[in-house]
Design a protein around this ligand. Structure first.
Ligand code: KG4
Ligand code: ZN
Length: 333
């Protein structure tokens, strides 16, 4: 069999993305963001679906052109089927299904969270099984033991907000635009992480909780601003560094506990928050001290992208987990 040509589509939240993978190599990886949400301080689902509708055709077109192939060369289309915003998902899934039907090729439905983890198999070094993965995004915070590509076990998760949500909500309290996570990271680089202390969440086992951190930041900022209305502006970098330090310490605490409990010393990061410089540094540092083998994704594969959907799609294709096109309703006698 010749090289497998895959088109992958991702539209679960507020990024419209398409990628082409040929014979396991990413040939294009296009992401169109949506800044329409900035005005509202968070993703507005209805606006997200409309923006996906506008972006999907040009984004797919560009992905095919950059990869230097035409649609007729495709063997299958992989698309994110969930979890995500239903209206956003529907745009990508309906596009993928109609395009696949027109081309007479199968659709491979991919789970978005699984794809974040499987992004580790795009490039070397690839983790051997079993490994532990901390998946941290805007909607999820999970510690998973990966036994195989499609065999995993969640051993810890957040009981309230996700880590990305904690970054974004804290950023909103600091009057930073949405999504604030990357900005907190940027300002934190010139701040003192020990300048302000926020209480560490006390939550049993391997679970996380971030809502208490958000509340303590809110009360702290209200109190400081009452005494000095320029407090946030003046201390921004130190506040960002301290918030980031608190979130990262909580993430690393439970991850360390997970390694101790399972005895698995291969540890990976996935999801949008894995782009955070302090989290990446903390994982490398812990790895060095404790002898872990660590895996941190390339920046292009941290936040939402279609390359990870292509990788998950390829693995499903190889495992035969593919839906054949249902052409029966259109068959001519
Ligand atoms: O995986 P992702 O792109 O989308 C979801 O599946 O949710 O993750 C987005 C989240 C947002 O909350 C964003 O603020 C956060 O990842 N994020 C960061 C950084 N880059 C993205 N948080 C902290 N530091 C960053 N550098
Ligand atoms: Zn994501």
């Amino acid at each position: 069999m010749g090289a497998v040509h895959l088109l992958a589509i991702e539209s679960s939240c507020d990024d419209t993305a398409a990628a082409v993978m040929i014979d396991g190599q990413i040939k294009s990886n296009i992401v169109a963001g949506q800044n329409v949400h900035e005005l509202y301080g968070g993703v507005v689902p209805e606006l997200a679906s409309r923006a996906h509708q506008q972006h999907i055709v040009p984004v797919v077109d560009r992905a095919l052109k950059e990869a230097g192939i035409n649609a007729q060369q495709l063997n299958a289309i992989a698309t994110t089927a969930g979890p995500g915003l239903i209206g956003s998902l529907m745009v990508g899934v309906s596009f993928a299904k109609s395009f696949a039907m027109a081309l007479g090729i199968p659709v491979i439905e991919v789970n978005h969270m699984q794809a974040h983890i499987l992004a580790h198999f795009i490039d070397e070094p690839k983790p051997a099984f079993p490994f532990i993965c901390l998946t941290v995004s805007g909607g999820h915070t999970l510690i998973t033991v990966m036994h195989d590509y499609f065999k995993s076990e969640v051993i810890g998760q957040t009981i309230d907000d996700a880590a990305g949500e904690a970054f974004d909500k804290a950023a909103k309290l600091l009057n930073l635009p949405y999504p604030g996570g990357p900005l907190v990271d940027k300002y934190a680089q010139s701040g003192n992480p020990k300048a302000f202390a926020f209480p560490k969440p006390t939550i049993p086992e391997l679970d996380y909780s971030f809502s208490g951190i958000k509340t303590s930041i809110l009360y702290f900022l209200e109190k400081q601003q009452r005494q000095d209305s320029a407090f946030i502006e003046r201390e921004l970098v130190h506040i960002c560094a301290s918030i980031q330090h608190t979130i990262v310490a909580h993430l690393m605490d439970k991850l360390t506990k997970a390694v101790e409990q399972t005895g698995i010393q291969r540890v990976a990061l996935a999801g949008g928050v894995s782009a955070n410089s302090a989290l990446r540094a903390a994982l490398h540092e812990n790895g060095k001290q404790r002898g872990w083998e660590v895996f941190v994704p390339d920046f292009a594969y941290c936040t939402d992208n279609a390359a990870m959907i292509a990788q998950a799609g390829l693995l499903k294709w190889q495992a035969g987990m593919v839906a054949q096109p249902d052409l029966a309703p259109y068959a001519r006698n």
